[in-house]
Design a binder for this molecule. Structure first.
Ligand code: SF4
Length: 180
């Protein structure tokens, strides 16, 4: 009996993940893929890249050093997740909107109450920092803000590189929704 229930739960979760992936594509993702969280690669050198050379550092509520949630706190929370969805879009605003919509659907429709999106916040040309955020319902940290090596993580997924009709590499932006 226990095996039957475990199988049923597994099938139920697979259906939920499939639906969320399909929804991400319906909402405008170029691709969306399920990932085991142990395939997500962290590299502390990402913090060096954030701190030096990125013009967002210190200017956005959603970027270091204003995250107000330390790397340790993030990693503690991250350790509770076993799955995530990686969302590829052709521009960052769409990526942010799809990721937050999937976070919401996972919570409300699928009952995954700790679903959490990570996506570069590009809602405003200039962030309102230090005044209150204008769109807190959309503002989330990016993956690299918390040390994710996006390139290495994508290698595990075999995400495709796209070319346009003239053979030029098309831009790609990545967001993620942690699911639980
Ligand atoms: S929504 Fe606007 S104000 Fe809020 S963090 Fe993003 S860029 Fe800043």
């Amino acid at each position: 009996m226990r095996g039957f229930i475990t199988d049923m739960n597994k099938r139920l979760m697979e259906n939920i993940y499939r639906t969320l992936i399909e929804r991400a594509v319906e909402l405008g993702a170029v691709q969306a893929k399920l990932i085991d969280t142990d395939q997500i690669v962290f590299d502390p050198r990402s913090h060096l890249k954030c701190r030096f050379g990125c013009n967002r550092w210190g200017r956005f509520w959603t970027c270091p050093p204003h995250l107000d949630l330390s790397q340790e706190m993030f990693m503690h929370a991250f350790s509770k997740y076993s799955k995530g969805v990686i969302i590829k879009t052709s521009e960052p605003k769409r990526g942010q909107e799809v990721a937050v919509a999937i976070e919401k659907e996972a919570m409300i429709v699928s009952g995954l109450r700790f679903a959490f999106a990570l996506s570069l916040c590009v809602q405003c040309e200039e962030c309102s920092y230090p005044d209150p955020c204008r769109f807190p319902h959309l503002a989330r940290p990016s993956m690299d803000a918390y040390g994710v090596d996006i390139g290495k993580t994508l290698e595990h997924l075999g995400l495709e590189v796209d070319f346009d009709r003239e053979g030029k590499l098309t831009p790609a932006w990545y967001s993620m929704v942690l699911l639980d």
